[in-house]
Design a protein around this ligand. Structure first.
Ligand SMILES: Cc1ncc(C[n+]2csc(CCOP(=O)(O)OP(=O)(O)O)c2C)c(N)n1
Length: 362
């Protein structure tokens, strides 16, 4: 018989299977993913980093309105989708562009929202990826709804719901956890604790022992992982997905990572933190450590590395070219897709806009 503590409490320390120097460590509960999985994951990390860099450059060129970078958080981004099956769903936030792309959504379609042209540039049903949510934690409620519906229909679906540390202070986060727990919805709540909510550090957000502890009050098991260790994340998230799929109800996972860059291009992080704080996190880079591990094991030679970099460069170049294209969005589309049938107010507003546009053209 397991005690409540054994069932619900997260580990005292975040799970880490490969340390920041690339050295593997045994763990009694979690094993290293297969070599092929780690090589595939490495390729995705490299691509994710290139996409982050390219998107940053596109903002500077005025081609994207805004970009919340996940630089340094790529292991979380990639692991969140690698553990899913095709029938599963991903519920991302504005920071999770790389996660969406690693799920197989077209990068240009993915970035259409942040370009400011459209509600969402991709069809959510194509790869089972919900639109990126900007209002904090609202997507968690939707994720629980999809998971609950899938369970009622007897479908074999798990929902991966992403959020940041700041979002755990929102009422929606708590409502989502409680509902999911009561109805045993197959959801994995995955918090990327990157230490900041814009300028608010974690210490001003909560005094909970960890964010993974927040599940206890709702009866949701929590676990924590080193958010810069792809191997540890794959093991912990993989186990959480398996449990949710097996009918054990929602799981709460916290990844300890760091927002290496500013909140977005509109933010100046030097106003609230200094280089000395950032420096140790650069040493914990998720790409460097996995690369060191793979090279040491003889799994990543020069030619494979070149191939991986070339594929990432190609993806970034396609993104650059695609987003350089001029688009002429139709302002009338603003009113589409909000309701299956437009409300009288929306109809009135749409007519008003058409009238204004016609007058402008005349
Ligand atoms: C409901 C709501 N309140 C406030 C905001 C403004 N806002 C945008 S991002 C952000 C910080 C979120 O931090 P966190 O959840 O840690 O995610 P991160 O940006 O670090 O990935 C805030 C307060 C918002 N988008 N939605």
């Amino acid at each position: 018989m397991t005690t409540v503590e054994e069932r619900l409490l997260p580990s005292a320390e975040p799970i880490q299977l490969i340390d920041q120097h690339g050295v593997p460590h045994d763990h009694p509960q979690y094993g290293l993913p297969s070599e092929q999985t780690l090589v595939d994951g490495y390729a995705q990390l490299v691509k994710g980093r290139r996409i982050n860099d390219q998107a940053g450059a596109l903002v500077r060129q005025g081609r994207l309105a805004v970009y919340p970078s996940s630089h340094g958080q790529e292991a979380c981004q990639v692991a969140a989708t690698m553990v899913l099956r095709d029938q599963d769903w991903l519920f991302p936030t504005y920071r999770d562009t790389v996660s969406i792309i690693s799920r197989g959504v077209d990068p240009i379609e993915t970035l259409t929202l942040l370009r400011g042209d459209w509600h969402s540039g991709y069809d959510p049903y194509q790869r089972n990826v919900a639109p990126q949510a900007t209002p904090l934690a609202t997507q968690l409620i939707h994720a629980v709804g999809v998971a609950h519906a899938a369970r009622l229909k007897g479908e074999d679906t798990v929902v991966m719901a992403l959020c940041g540390d700041g979002a755990t202070s929102e009422g929606d986060f708590h409502e989502a956890l409680n509902f999911a727990a009561v109805f045993k919805a197959p959801v994995v709540f995955f918090i990327q604790n990157n230490e900041y909510a814009i300028s608010v550090p974690l210490a001003r957000q909560t005094v909970a022992p960890s964010l993974a502890h927040k599940g206890i009050g709702y009866g949701v098991p929590g676990e924590r992982a080193d958010g810069n260790d792809l191997a540890g994340l794959l093991a912990v998230l993989g186990q959480a997905v398996d449990k949710a799929r097996a009918g054990e109800g929602p799981q709460l996972i916290e990844a300890h990572t760091y927002r290496v860059q500013a909140h977005t291009n509109a933010d100046d992080a030097t106003r609230y933190r200094n280089d000395a704080e950032v420096a140790p996190w650069l040493e914990r880079d998720p790409l460097k450590r996995l690369e060191a591990f793979l090279v040491e094991r003889g799994l990543l030679g020069e030619s494979l590395k070149k191939q991986v970099v070339a594929a990432a460069d190609e993806a970034a170049e396609a993104l650059r070219v695609g987003l350089m294209e001029e688009v002429q969005p139709d302002p009338a589309e603003l009113f589409d897709h909000l309701y299956a049938e437009k409300t009288p107010q929306l109809k009135e507003q749409a007519a008003f806009l058409q009238d204004e546009l016609a007058r402008e053209e005349a």
